[in-house]
Design a protein around this ligand. Structure first.
Ligand code: PBG
Ligand code: ZN
Length: 325
């Protein structure tokens, strides 16, 4: 029936025609750029497993923020590397903590840049886990909720535009929502790391954020990568608790989950193109094995095609440059 009356190649014959029928178009507005902010002065420290990514001290944030603003990347996602760590991660909610200072600095440098903060304990605890521990070294869920709520509130008070809890405790979105609402921040959105899988692709990040667990792994709180229905339950609960944006993480190995989350809930959906995904691209490109620009844009477009409305990626500045031609 179809052939020869139907010939799909007709609309592929020129670049202009291909542009006209393109279904998915990545734009700068889709991108969120992660930034690592380190304590101290005059620091720009390269991350060996993530070429092009640095830890910046607050006084050096002008450089990346200027690029973000000039390239039209709408948002940054902040991670802090504090000077001191303890069992409860108490430097996470200090008024003059590294993220709190960075928020104020970025809002001063570029008021229109949306400042999102990662809310988790692993960068601030001396044991590197995402919450408080009991005597057996297990992460205690409900006690951790209070710590996360304090951290989120402290970011809000410093002037962030959105908080992004990444810890995977049960009930954290509700606890953070309540703390924000009780203190005059009912307008502040929450982007929850809703379906966050326990992934080996976070390896390079743990170098960048100095947040590797000192023992064990994160499998008692992050999800098993084999589970699709559980991912939908995680997203459903976060929405019930008040999440405004739901995230799937990592991205490329979980495109099916992104699609299903988007189709099932129709919520603004974010995908985190994580450190290991970035490192693989950079390594292959450095060896001359892949065309970095073309492969990066192909992957970011596929994440958007899968249903992501926004993509957190270390390649955001590169992608913005390539989009500008
Ligand atoms: C903190 C956090 C992690 C990432 C984002 N927030 C690491 C982890 O859970 O171990 C990973 C991001 C990346 O790999 O780029 N909980
Ligand atoms: Zn964590």
């Amino acid at each position: 029936m179809a052939f020869p009356s139907q010939r799909l190649r007709r609309l592929r014959s020129t670049p202009t025609l291909r542009n006209m029928v393109r279904e998915t178009v990545l734009t700068c507005d889709d991108l969120i750029y992660p930034l690592f902010v380190v304590f101290g002065q005059n620091k720009k420290i390269p991350i060996s497993s993530m070429p092009g990514v640095f830890q910046y001290s607050v006084d050096r944030l002008g450089e990346p923020i200027q690029q973000v603003a000039e390239l039209g990347v709408p948002a940054v996602l902040l991670f802090g590397i504090p000077e001191t760590k303890d069992a409860l991660g108490s430097s996470a909610w200090q008024e003059d903590g590294v993220v709190q200072q960075a928020i104020r600095k970025i809002k001063e440098l570029s008021p229109q840049t949306v400042v999102i903060t990662d809310v988790c304990m692993c960068e601030y605890t001396d044991h590197g886990h995402c919450g408080a521990l009991d005597e057996q070294g297990r992460v205690i869920n409900d006690a951790t909720l209070d710590l996360l709520a304090k951290e989120a509130l402290s970011h809000a008070e410093a002037g962030c535009d959105m908080v992004a809890p990444s810890d995977m405790m049960d009930g954290r979105v509700g606890a953070i929502r309540k703390a924000l609402d009780d203190h005059g921040f009912s307008h502040l959105p929450i982007m929850s790391y809703a379906a966050k899988f326990s992934s080996a692709l976070y390896g390079p990040f743990r170098e960048a954020a100095e947040s590797a667990p000192q023992f064990g792994d994160r499998k008692t709180y992050q999800m098993d990568g084999a589970n699709r229905l559980e991912a939908l339950r995680e997203v459903e609960l976060d929405i019930e608790e008040g999440a405004d944006i739901v995230m799937v993480k990592p991205a490329l190995a979980y495109l099916d989950i992104i699609r299903e989350v988007k189709d099932t809930f129709g919520y603004p959906t974010a995908a985190y193109h994580v450190s290991g995904e970035y490192a693989m691209l950079k390594a292959a490109a450095a060896n001359g094995w892949l065309d970095e620009e073309r492969v990066t844009m192909e992957i970011l477009t596929s994440i958007k095609r899968a249903g992501a409305d926004m993509i957190i990626t270390y390649a955001a500045l590169d992608a913005a440059r390539w989009l500008k031609g």
